[in-house]
Design a protein around this ligand. Structure first.
Ligand SMILES: [Zn+2]
Length: 123
């Protein structure tokens, strides 16, 4: 891959990462664990329910943040842009459209068929 393309993708990833981090209303380490001074059991139960809910909302964003961080790590390691399955180079066009992609379009198509069958998401 050309250095210019790699730099461009790195920029896209960095932008996406800061966007997600600013939008996610939870920290990556968990939601407000310090507020434990509730004596009322019902209040406590409600708080826990609320926490679990926001935790669920955040989990998808956390997953995306992890994917972006992993891609940035790959760029640093010099392994970015290679298909994890067949080890061919992923097309730059595909990477620009989906910078966190880790599979070439052929492998991804196969994997998507599997995803539909198993319900397990890959990238
Ligand atoms: Zn492949």
């Amino acid at each position: 891959m050309k250095k210019r393309d790699l730099n461009q993708i790195k920029k896209i990833l960095t932008q996406q990462l800061s966007e997600f981090l600013s939008r996610a209303d939870c920290s990556l380490d968990g939601v407000g664990e310090s507020n434990e001074n509730l004596s009322d059991v019902l209040d406590r139960a409600a708080l826990i329910a609320e926490r679990n809910f926001s935790h669920h909302l955040c989990s998808r964003e956390k997953l995306l943040i992890r994917k972006i961080e992993r891609s940035l790590q790959d760029i640093e390691n010099g392994t970015y842009g290679r298909c994890q399955h067949c080890e061919e180079d992923i097309s730059v066009k595909r990477l620009k459209a989906r910078p966190t992609a880790r599979y070439c379009i052929d492998c991804k198509t196969q994997l998507e068929t599997m995803e539909r069958l198993t319900g397990i998401e890959t990238n």
